[in-house]
Structure formats: C-alpha cells, structure tokens
Design a protein around this ligand. Structure first.
Ligand code: PAF
Length: 301
C-alpha cells in the first residue's frame, strides 16, 4: 500500500501589517530538492540548526546567519540520539507554531522540521564519533550526547547542503566538536560561532530555563557570577587554575539547590583541564538546579 505524505507546506502570516510566506519542509528528499534549487539559483544557504522552543539566543543566531545568507534555513528537530536514558527527551519543551512564526519574522526562507522516523528510519546504524573531544566536560556525564549531535549535524548538512551553519558559543564543547568534525571529514560547510545571548540578569538563554522556578533563579545566577569571579581572579594575576575552580565551586555550592556536574578551567581547543593559566583558558560549568541542567562558559584570560 502506498501513502502520500505531506512533505512541504507554506504558512502565511500577517505581522505588523506585513505578509509573508515561509516554507515548511518535513522530508529529507523535499529539503534536498529545495536546497538544489536554491543552489542552482546561485543562492547562498545558511543553516541554523535548533531543537525548537526558540528564544532570543536562537534569534540572534538567525540574525547572524541572515547577514551571510540569501536563503536562511532553520531546522527544528528534537534529536533523540543526543539524549541519554533518563534524560528529558519526552519533557523537552516544544511549541512548533510559535517557532514557525518567529522564524518567519526573522526572515527565514525555509523551516526544516522532520519527524524522528525521517531522520532515523528503521535499520539506521551509522554514527559519527569523535575520539577525544566528547570525553571531556559534558561528555563525562552524557556519554552518548556528542555522538548524537555529530551524527544529526552531519545528516542535516547532507540534507540542507548549507554553505555555512551557525552554532551558539553557549554550547562551546558542541561548537568545538562540530568544527573538528568538519575539518576531519572535509565537509564543505563554514562554521560560524555566535556569542552567548543572556537574559537581563546574566543567565545564559536556554530552552531549559523554562524548567526554573523563580525561587531557583539565585542558584541559576551563580553560574554567571562564578564565571565573573574566575575572570576577575585571572585579571588579578591568579595563575593556579585549581584555586580558580575552588573559588567558583564555593560560590555555586553556597546555593543548596545547585548540584555541580563540573567546574573546569580548560584549554579552549583541546578541552583538556589546565593546571596553570599560561595560555588561553576558558572556564566551563554544568550545574543542575531543580529539573534544569544549566551550562555556561567564558574565556577567563
Ligand atoms: O544545539 C542544539 O540545539 C542541538 O544540539 C543541535 C545542534 C540542533 C543538534 O541537535
């Protein structure tokens, strides 16, 4: 029996008296055909991959992408393979209609929003694995995460054929993994890192901030406060990375709701722990506050 699947649609919006259309594509084959058409027209495609529930941080990446694009493609896909057992795959916040309206307002030409079976059909068994970068930081407590990210991003690159793709620096380890993967596999995609977008009080924007209650906010803010402390210590001449980690840890642990996953000062290229600050150093944090696992990072020297 054959079934006809709805693989693309146009949604019309009227915002501020202005009308426009955004194309929503749900199958890999329709997206590949559209990418080919755009390329044949000489258009430069820029991809912003997301898992939806868009916030200002995503919008800032779209604006950055648009500055380099003739056609901005936003993918919205909650990628199951980057969630481990017991993580928040089912609970991950979703609001497709709102996301679509935001993408349209930002000037995206296409939203690629496949279902999981489209990306991982029955029998799927090929993954992209990096040797050492995924073993550090988040990879220690999320052992399958970066394999899932590297695999889905490779697939998105093959489906959307972007000239360039934009990723946020908030997920600095992810950005480092993707840059390495692109070099190692000779993928013809330029990678652009977008600065971390913060709420007015300094909390790094994340879809998972939706899990935080107002009472948990002070604990969540201890991340940015401890990054500032680390930077200040380095500026005042502290070169012992362990002392900086200790001070940041103490600041976060002052909040009983905060449970540290890691506090680390690392080489920003290899992500290996540093003992002394005698070259570029970046502090990385992952802290659970209630249901939210928050991450943040900053160059400290
Ligand atoms: O950063 C994210 O939202 C995801 O890890 C990504 C890059 C869209 C892959 O699923």
């Amino acid at each position: 029996m054959t079934s006809i699947r709805r693989c693309f649609s146009f949604t019309f919006y009227e915002t501020n008296g202005e009308q426009g259309a955004i194309e929503t594509i749900t199958t890999a084959s329709a997206m590949q055909a559209q990418a080919q058409t755009l390329r044949n027209q000489g258009k430069r495609i820029v991809l912003v991959p997301t898992m939806g529930f868009l916030h200002e941080g995503h919008l800032s990446l779209m604006r950055l992408g648009l500055a380099h694009a003739d056609a901005l493609v936003v993918s919205i896909f909650v990628n199951p393979t980057q969630f481990g057992p017991g993580e928040d795959l089912e609970a991950y916040p979703r609001d497709f209609d709102r996301d679509l309206a935001l993408c349209r307002d930002e000037g995206a030409a296409v939203v690629f929003a496949p279902q999981p079976e489209e990306i991982y059909p029955a029998g799927f068994q090929t993954h992209v694995d990096l040797e050492s970068l995924p073993k550090h930081l988040c990879g220690k407590s999320r052992p399958v995460h970066f394999r899932g990210v590297a695999t889905v991003v490779t697939k998105l690159f093959n489906i959307v054929s972007p000239h360039m793709a934009v990723f946020g620096e908030k997920d600095f380890q992810q950005l480092t993994v993707i840059r390495r993967m692109v070099r190692d596999l000779n993928l013809p995609v330029g990678i652009l890192g977008g600065p971390t977008f913060r709420e007015a009080d300094g909390l790094a924007m994340s879809s998972r901030n939706a899990y935080l209650t107002p009472a948990q906010r002070p604990a969540a803010l201890s991340l940015i406060q401890s990054l500032h402390l680390a930077r200040e210590m380095a500026a005042n001449g502290e070169t012992d990375a362990r002392r900086i980690v200790e001070a940041a840890t103490g600041m976060i642990n002052a909040h009983p709701e905060a449970r540290i996953d890691y506090v680390a000062v690392c080489n920003p290229q290899t992500l290996e722990d540093l003992t002394r600050l005698d070259g570029p150093a970046r502090m990385f944090l992952a802290v659970r506050v209630g249901r939210a696992r928050l991450i943040d990072n900053m160059a400290i020297n």
